[in-house]
Design a protein around this ligand. Structure first.
Ligand code: MG
Length: 314
């Protein structure tokens, strides 16, 4: 049995037993020394999402039409100037639609040794957070630190963590809470950052920020692509993050392209079981490329079919 098959098989009993009509029975059933799992009041939903640049179409309305007509529930916007300039237009174009703005995704780094540079990074994001609040977005994706951080000029280790929790991350989260949205911490692969690589670590950083600001201004996300390398499996990190988990990225697990192109490797069932168990209501958003000269729309349709099939299996 391959690792993914084993995970899928071992996780299935748990969620199948605690969802739906068997909920009440399952709540009293954990007398075997295993942690007692509380099934969600509101069942999880598979809200499929695309990043802005991936959505076919040119104008804002065309892209939103495409999403609605092809079974998507959400999308991600770019950050920076695009968000500041197009936010108002996007808000108008969203009127009367069932879609939601999942997140805004772009670069960030809060590890500069110089305080002024870190302050500048925070100040860049504050107006963007206001736009996301206006759009009723789940939140702003933040990767707290990127790069090797092993040369002079960078905060590292516990100094970086403390500064993010008590200064940069806290200031953004406070602002986000005030505007009805969140910062959503994204763990990356070790080649990309030495700082935040695991979903549960991100959940703890977010919790420490929230404890200071008295509300949910910080949350965490999981990206299947990063998790494939950095976590032992997909189920536990999602279940452990629980209500702190607000967003999910997905890609094929060998080439980081649209799910389905890597055949059997693209198995997300164990992760979906975790999302079901926590009653996940956020988006599952494609962050990945396409094979050269591929029929993009055909591959997106394949992805829809594959992810819905695996969600049903979970
Ligand atoms: Mg990602």
């Amino acid at each position: 049995m391959k690792r993914r098959e084993f995970l899928a098989a071992s996780a299935v009993a748990g969620v199948a037993a605690v969802c739906g009509t068997q909920r009440a029975a399952a709540q009293g059933a954990a007398d075997n020394g295993m942690p007692k799992l509380t099934p969600p009041e509101k069942p999880a939903q598979l809200n499929l999402s695309l990043q802005w640049g991936t959505i076919p179409g040119g104008e804002i309305a065309q892209k939103l039409d495409y999403l609605e007509q092809h079974g998507y529930q959400a999308f991600e916007t770019p950050t920076g100037g695009w968000l500041l300039n197009e936010g108002e237009k996007l808000s108008k174009a969203m009127e009367g639609r069932k879609l939601f703005v999942a997140t805004a995704c772009g670069g960030s780094n809060f590890a500069y040794a110089e305080q002024e540079k870190r302050d500048k990074e925070v100040e860049n994001f504050l107006p963007q957070i206001e736009v996301l609040g206006m759009l009723k977005s789940v939140g702003l994706i933040i990767c707290p630190a990127r790069g090797k951080l092993d040369e002079e000029g960078w905060l590292t280790g516990s100094a970086l963590r403390r500064d993010f929790v008590e200064n940069t991350g806290k200031r953004m989260a406070e602002h986000a809470l005030k505007h009805g949205t969140c910062i959503v911490l994204e763990p990356l692969r070790r080649g990309e950052t030495p700082f935040l690589r695991q979903v549960l670590d991100g959940a703890v950083i977010a919790r420490d920020i929230n404890a200071q600001i008295g509300g949910m201004g910080a949350a965490v996300m999981g990206d299947f692509w990063h998790m494939e390398q950095e976590e032992m499996e997909f189920f536990g990190p999602f279940v452990g993050a629980g209500k702190m988990l607000k967003h999910v990225h997905i890609a094929s697990l060998r080439k980081r392209q649209v799910p389905g192109v890597d055949g059997d490797a693209d198995n997300y069932v164990a992760g979906f079981k975790g999302l079901k168990l926590i009653g996940y209501q956020g988006a599952v958003s494609l962050e990945g490329g396409f094979p050269k000269d591929a029929d993009k729309e055909q591959l997106l349709a394949n992805m829809q079919r594959l992810l819905k099939e695996q969600w049903a299996m979970a």
